[in-house]
Design a protein around this ligand. Structure first.
Ligand code: HEC
Length: 127
């Protein structure tokens, strides 16, 4: 009886741990991402609202690439096509020029893959 209860408790705990782990791995840290976003704010706006220099970034995860109305994107970014998945976004933020050769974003790239994941986690909070 007691043993069964312990097993159930262990399974519930393991599931809870797995869940927080999975969320972390998939999402990075939005808190750290918010700090890293300071590198983006001068162009994309303090809360991703966009500016004359750069497109807005609200709801960017799942949004079509180069789809902000009225922003004059480069041919390179338009050709990139499709939708910004978390993976494509992280790859672009890590190495913008390697990922989308010839794009016009003057940003060298995140310091690490972890920082790129943190940025994506933060971008998901900008709606
Ligand atoms: C110096 C200005 C500048 C900085 C700094 C900058 N960007 Fe950009 N960003 C741009 C411009 C300009 C474009 C459009 C590029 C093009 O059309 O080739 C762009 C495009 C993008 C896009 C694609 C948007 C879309 O509608 O498809 C994303 C996502 C993005 N930037 C995120 C970021 C993030 C996150 C940071 C900070 C880590 C950042 N950018 C830093 C200027 C900047």
């Amino acid at each position: 009886m007691m043993r069964g209860t312990l097993v159930v408790a262990a399974v519930i705990m393991a599931a809870a741990l797995w869940r927080s782990d999975a969320l972390h791995a998939a999402g990075g840290s939005a808190t750290r991402g918010k700090l890293a976003y300071q590198d983006c704010a001068a162009c994309h706006g303090a809360r991703g609202q966009g500016s004359d220099l750069a497109p807005g970034l609200r709801n960017i995860v799942g949004r079509k690439v180069a789809d902000e109305n009225g922003f004059a994107y480069s041919p390179a970014l338009r050709r990139h096509g499709g939708v910004w998945s978390e993976e494509r976004l992280a790859a672009f933020l890590l190495r913008p020029q390697a990922e989308v050769k010839g794009n016009r974003m003057a940003y060298a790239g995140a310091a690490s893959a972890a920082e790129a994941a943190d940025l994506v986690a933060y971008l998901k909070t900008i709606k």
